[in-house]
Design a protein around this ligand. Structure first.
Ligand SMILES: [Zn+2]
Length: 440
């Protein structure tokens, strides 16, 4: 096997020097030179895997056949060089920024607990370092560095790894989403109903899980990995495949950075397990399981926050809320997230179409508009969860504010959907046979 250099850029990409070549990288879009590539990854025992669909030999149109796709879905292990050897990340060039920008970012941090916090602006002001900057600030604010006696160099190293392993070319599942979820988590940790009971360990776990919950997300969903027989799907037996990968990657980074190496082994093992339990709770297919348990607890009024298990459950719920809170933000922020997540769905759909795979639900741009996807998302997933969260908080100011945004945003998507239908409906007398609205 020949060995090549692959330069990581932290992204999933579909690079195609000609129309017949297609690469999907779990990590880094890289510039592939030649036929094969090997990188080194010394992070625990979970090397990153690139899914490559390479077809340089077939004629245009042939890539669509099932036979070709099956043959071409080979999995390649790329072992990335340790960051210790690679030197500092180019993303850590905060000093290159105009001091005005840093001043504005610092000013934004003074209001990090407000629900209108604009994470997109913050990310621009920090030159794409929103996740590292936010986490360092929150660890300081909560006194976690002092409490756990954390080494600042190791903390920076760990957070830099996490941020870098998000794929910046994913429209949605990137480091800004992680920073957004972390900021929301911070708001939830301050809820009066919860804050008084939380230990430093609870806060540490909540923030860490939020920051790392989607790390190395490939920009495609679990059904895609299963139907393309990605090795991660078989490794995790087709269950919580992505979430398991996010968790195990986080554990690998924790160990490589040595962030917790000064703590007793049983403590670090407990942290790793609890991080897993929190990150795995973000699997949206387990929504009903968590929602049912939350409803049951609230109905019987038996949540006891002195109980560590109950606190852990509420941290799971808080993280789930933070992960899908986009429709509860101001319209301007919420709309941007909606467009980004749909763009990611559509990219997957385009890829499936090119590979003659069945197009996944919501991924067909012709059949699913942004308003239609958002209305369904809000009605079936977001609203039921946030109604129960509001009940848990006894209708806190923040919870009511979020529900208010949610209802307004849903109404706006409804109006946009109606407008689209009006636009797509032919004027009387101009109907043509076989034309459709494109909206289900
Ligand atoms: Zn997420």
């Amino acid at each position: 096997m020949s060995c090549l250099m692959v330069e990581r850029c932290g992204a999933i990409s579909f690079e195609s020097p000609d129309q017949n070549a297609l690469c999907i990288h779990m990590l880094g879009d890289g510039s592939l030179r030649g036929q094969t590539a090997v990188l080194s990854e010394r992070r625990g025992s979970y090397p990153f895997i690139d899914l490559r669909l390479l077809n340089t030999a077939v004629h245009p149109g042939e890539i669509g056949t099932k036979k070709k796709v099956k043959r071409l879905l080979s999995f390649q292990r790329y072992f990335h060089a340790s960051r210790l050897l690679r030197g500092p990340s180019p993303h850590s060039s905060l000093h290159l920024l105009d001091e005005d920008y840093l001043g504005q970012a610092a000013h934004m941090l003074s209001k990090v607990g407000t629900w209108s916090f604009d994470i997109f602006l913050f990310d621009r002001l920090t030159n794409g370092n929103s996740l590292v900057t936010l986490l360092c600030h929150l660890f300081n604010v909560y006194g976690l560095i002092h409490h756990f006696q954390l080494d600042m160099v190791k903390l920076h190293r760990f957070l830099g790894m996490v941020q870098e392993d998000y794929h910046s070319q994913n429209p949605y599942h990137n480091a800004v989403h992680a920073a957004d979820v972390t900021q929301a988590m911070h708001c939830y940790l301050k809820e009066p109903k919860l804050a008084g009971y939380l230990t430093p360990m609870d806060i540490f776990l909540g923030l860490m899980a939020a920051a790392a919950h989607d790390v190395d997300h490939p920009g495609v969903n679990q059904p895609f990995l299963i139907k393309t027989k990605h090795h991660l799907a078989s490794l995790y037996q087709n269950t919580s495949v992505l979430e398991s990968h996010h968790w195990r990657s986080t554990v690998g980074m924790l160990r490589e950075s040595g962030l917790l190496s000064h703590l007793p082994t049983d403590m670090t093992q407990d942290i790793e397990q609890q991080l897993g339990s929190l990150i795995l709770a973000t699997d949206i297919s387990r929504q009903n399981e968590f929602l049912g348990r939350l409803k049951s607890h609230l109905d019987s009024d038996d949540i006891s926050l002195e109980d560590p298990e109950h606190r852990h459950f509420m941290l799971q719920i808080a993280l789930k809320c933070a992960d899908i809170c986009n429709p509860c933000r101001d319209w301007d922020l919420s709309r941007q997230w909606s467009e980004r997540v749909c763009e990611e769905f559509y990219r997957q759909g385009d890829l499936e179409r090119r590979c003659d795979l069945e197009i996944s639900p919501l991924c067909d741009q012709q059949a699913n508009t942004v308003p239609v996807i958002q209305i369904g998302f809000i009605a079936f997933l977001v609203e039921p969860l946030f109604q129960e969260w509001t009940r848990f908080t006894d209708g806190s100011l923040l919870a009511e504010c979020m529900l208010g945004h949610l209802r307004k945003n849903k109404e706006r998507w409804r109006q946009l959907k109606c407008r689209e239908q009006d636009t797509d409906t032919p004027a009387p007398g101009t109907e043509q046979q076989g034309t459709g609205t494109g909206v289900p």
